[in-house]
Design a protein around this ligand. Structure first.
Ligand code: URA
Length: 426
């Protein structure tokens, strides 16, 4: 078999067999195929697509390219395709664990403009996400949940291919995204998986119909591979909560757990309900009641404290969120308009926060920079009302992003019909 022929076949819109896909992935991991050749194959896949069978075979080839984990217990996992102020993991994990569901979560760091769970957990000083697999299972057995960094050893082919995709404009392709995500998820040994696939300006998938298509492919791959899989497709046009940037997102999580209404809380509850219905075989109304009780009774917060402590992190900020370390300066961005907020563009806000992080050269204080939204869609504003607060360690940095941030806002004389948060459950 020759790699050249495989590229040519895909370029000519033909289907690749399982043997050809296995050969291609194996040869690339082994180093017998150049990056140029693999890049050509990836581009041919982006342009000509893959059938479901090809996508499944690519997923399995990448999953089997390195070690895979097996757990005796029934473990639950959740994956988000990445969004803005998307911290559902930090609410869902302790809530489910408090309800007796074992959650084994391997998370990533920030990717592109989207935030990463591990970076947020490190706001809790001392949090160690690099536990061994023995320590990981030990913590799950003790407190029902653990969140560690995705190990590079799982789905090693995806790591190599993903690096190449990032450099060759071959990221946005449904078969490539589906196989990348699912190879890692199947390798990590969970028995039940819930996928949160976002669409909109703050997501990798801009269009709802593409997000639904991606969710359907991933759900089928999971179920066909013996992992019970469901998906929730949700709107990511506006940040899920008011805080954007690690510290501000953790503050939003604590407020949500303490009952402050936000799309972050709503989505976290929805994902918990999907999981509880499957795992405990109960109706969604019973599941929602359990979730609400767990949140309101303080059990979610108590479990989050246990989770942080077990990983060596300090938990004081969970008792008093005002004690969290903050950036040196808070600069207000004010409205020049009169009317109702019509939109707050998630991608624009996230990119501005990324620019703030880039400007803040000191690694140790990067987590402190970010923004906090003071308004939501349909908030009535007048000139000089504060739209958002910018947290920086150097006031000049705030000046550099104010125009950019202001462009995230759209105003209208009338109230806007709000878009649905949950588009589809699959
Ligand atoms: N996240 C992944 O892990 N892979 C992709 O291709 C896109 C998002």
């Amino acid at each position: 078999m020759y790699f050249y022929d495989i590229i040519e076949k895909k370029r000519n819109k033909q289907h690749l067999s399982k043997e050809e896909i296995d050969f291609a992935v194996h040869a690339f991991v082994e180093g017998s195929v150049s990056k140029e050749q693999m890049s050509s194959l990836l581009m041919a896949i982006v342009l000509n697509g893959m059938t479901y069978e090809e996508t499944l075979n690519l997923t399995l080839a990448m999953k089997n390219s390195s070690e895979t984990l097996e757990f005796k217990e029934y473990l639950v996992d959740k994956h988000s395709t990445g969004g803005v102020s998307d911290s559902t993991t930090l609410i869902l994990t302790p809530t489910l664990a408090a309800l007796g569901v074992k959650v084994a979560k391997m998370s990533g760091r920030s990717l592109g403009f989207t935030g990463g769970t591990i970076d947020k957990l490190e706001v809790f000083e001392g949090y160690n996400a690099n536990k061994t697999l023995e320590e990981f299972t030990g913590i799950i057995n003790k407190i029902n949940c653990s969140i560690i960094s995705q190990t590079a050893n799982l789905a090693y082919a995806d790591k190599l291919i993903y690096d190449l995709r990032n450099k060759t404009a071959t990221v946005d392709s449904i078969p490539l995204i589906a196989s990348s995500i699912m190879s890692k998820k199947l390798a990590s040994g969970a028995k039940f998986l819930v996928l949160n696939v976002h669409y909109g300006s703050g997501a990798f998938m801009q269009r709802k119909k593409d997000a639904i298509k991606l969710a359907r492919v991933m759900v089928k791959i999971g179920n066909d591979s013996g992992v019970l899989t469901r998906a929730c497709v949700s709107n990511m046009n506006v940040p899920l909560a008011s805080g954007v940037g690690c510290t501000n997102e953790v503050i939003s999580v604590v407020h949500a757990i303490n009952g402050e209404q936000s799309n972050l809380l709503k989505l976290s509850k929805e994902l918990c309900v999907i999981i509880l219905c499957e795992v405990k075989k109960i109706s969604s109304s019973v599941a929602l009641k359990l979730v609400n009780e767990t949140l309101h009774s303080g059990k979610t917060l108590a479990k989050l404290k246990e989770l942080i402590s077990e990983h060596g992190g300090k938990t004081e900020i969970l008792d008093n969120i005002n004690s969290v370390a903050k950036a040196k300066y808070k600069v207000n961005l004010t409205s020049k308009e009169q009317g109702y907020v019509k939109n707050i563009d998630a991608r624009t806000v996230a990119k501005a926060v990324n620019h703030l992080k880039e400007l803040n050269k000191d690694e140790s204080t990067k987590k402190l920079v970010g923004v906090n939204l003071n308004v939501k869609v349909n908030t009535k504003v007048k000139p000089d009302d504060v739209l958002l607060e910018i947290f920086v360690n150097d006031k000049k940095h705030a000046e550099k992003v104010t125009d950019e941030l202001y462009h995230a806002f759209r105003f209208s004389r009338f109230k806007t019909k709000e878009k649905k948060l949950i588009a589809k459950i699959i």
